[in-house]
Design a protein around this ligand. Structure first.
Ligand SMILES: C[S@@+](CC[C@H](N)C(=O)[O-])C[C@H]1O[C@@H](n2cnc3c(N)ncnc32)[C@H](O)[C@@H]1O
Length: 417
């Protein structure tokens, strides 16, 4: 895992050495000063383009900063592609890039892909109909957007912020270790890996709370008054994530229970399954809490609805209110085939959430952690506009291909759109 704090403190040292204030640097980089504070506090690593631009303003060596940030400078990457063996041994010596120091022969190609493809700031590469998929770090992207520019946010973040970092993705690809738990196969069938939230250390948890406090402030800024935020979670994570969102200014509006029989929990003690046949270490999770938050209203609900088109939830029909318990299935195999992302959410469940989040069916939805783009496909199916941000190039490319196919599949299966 890249040491964000190392990069942040190096940036701060250089900036202070040049006697440049956070606000001056942020205005020259055209991002908010909060974003620079996040970087310096070690909560986020910016994109390659951002680092190069910051280095030029601070008159610092861009290659040094890129390496500390875990980004491979373009020249080194070109060399690495033509001299893979030499580069590997070079990286094994390196203190700034941990995946290459692993003795377990990680998949260097994957590591390279993930590192080298880090997004440039707010690149808008694909626009298809009513949705836009953007390859960027959502913190950086949101901080460059005007305030009050979205009516809702629906998202499924990387709960622990470490399951999608390079080291853990390499472990996922290699099929062992890290935060990705590979469940024992059932009746000869290999089961899908799930993130193992119990491996978080106290430090990871504190980092996560601080990340969501900062992320929440940006989410708050980008929403119009009365705009809702729906955020996927699980029962081990809510106590870290939800208070951080309240600190960012949101009001809690409840929790939506996605009732689903997951493969999380319920196992016997590892290595002693036969000895403790009647024991489960954790309960088998049969529901997922999705937090429902709202940016405070301007005036009454009716006034806010008239002015901003937000502040409430859309009913499934005139007679039925939106309810906070939604029976769901595990993501169907057909959807996983279209969009093989390790955390793909089921389209039908997303359709119900997304539809409810714009009370008058007017406005734009943002998914800042878009993955393979299920939120965007669901939005298109109910006729809403949406924008998705994805940091990982592989997943971003996957989403661009998968969203139109998920929409097509959704039309056939659910008759929406
Ligand atoms: C839990 S997955 C979302 C899966 C999605 N709900 C779907 O059905 O495909 C979270 C995604 O957030 C992405 N991500 C992590 N940090 C990010 C960041 N700072 N900006 C944008 N995307 C990020 C990860 O690469 C991952 O694909």
């Amino acid at each position: 895992m890249v040491r964000r704090s190392e990069f942040g403190s190096r940036l701060r040292t250089i900036r202070e050495g040049r006697e440049i204030g956070i606000r001056t640097l942020s205005s020259r980089l055209q991002v908010s000063h909060t974003y620079i504070s996040h970087i310096e506090a070690g909560r986020v690593i910016p994109s390659e383009e951002f680092i190069v631009k910051a280095a030029s303003i601070l008159k610092a060596d861009p290659n040094e900063l890129l390496l500390i940030a875990g980004r491979v400078p373009a020249k080194i990457l070109a060399y690495a592609r033509s001299h893979p063996k030499e580069t590997l041994s070079l990286f094994r010596e390196s203190k700034s890039y941990r995946p290459f120091r692993s003795q377990q022969a990680p998949d260097t190609q994957l590591a390279f892909q993930v590192v080298s493809s880090h997004p440039s700031h707010g690149v808008l590469d694909s626009k298809t109909g009513d949705f836009e998929m953007i390859h960027a770090d959502c913190l950086e992207w949101i901080s460059g957007q005007p305030e009050a520019s979205f009516e809702a946010i629906v998202t499924d973040p990387p709960y622990g912020l470490i399951e999608y970092d390079i080291e853990n993705l390499v472990k996922l690809k290699n099929g062992r270790g890290g935060i990705w738990r590979i469940p024992p196969s059932l009746g000869g069938h290999t089961r899908r890996p799930v993130p193992r939230f119990t491996v978080h250390t106290e430090d990871d948890r504190r980092r996560m709370e601080s990340f969501f406090r900062g992320w929440g402030k940006l989410a708050f800024q980008i929403l119009v008054p009365g705009g809702h935020l729906v955020i996927a979670s699980n029962s081990l994570m809510t106590r870290h994530v939800f208070p951080a969102l309240l600190d960012s200014g949101f009001e809690m509006r409840g929790e939506i229970a996605r009732v689903v029989r997951t493969l999380r929990g319920g196992d016997r003690p590892k290595g002693a399954e036969k000895e403790f046949v009647e024991v489960s270490v954790l309960p088998r999770a049969c529901w997922e809490p999705w937090g429902l938050f709202r940016k405070p209203l301007e005036g009454t609900v009716a006034e806010n609805l008239r002015k901003w088109k937000t502040g409430a939830l859309r009913r499934p029909s005139g007679e039925q209110p939106f309810v906070d318990l939604i029976p769901s299935e595990r993501t169907p195999a057909a959807e996983k085939k279209i969009a093989p992302h390790p955390s793909l959410k089921p389209l039908f469940f997303m359709i119900q959430i997304v539809r409810a989040i714009l009370p008058l069916g007017v406005g734009r939805i943002l998914d800042p952690f878009a993955g393979a783009g299920t939120t965007l496909a669901a939005a298109a199916l109910v006729g809403y506009r949406s924008v998705g941000i994805e940091i990982n190039k592989e997943y971003y490319e996957l989403a661009r291909l998968a969203i139109p196919r998920l929409i097509e599949y959704g039309r056939r299966k659910y008759g929406t759109g």
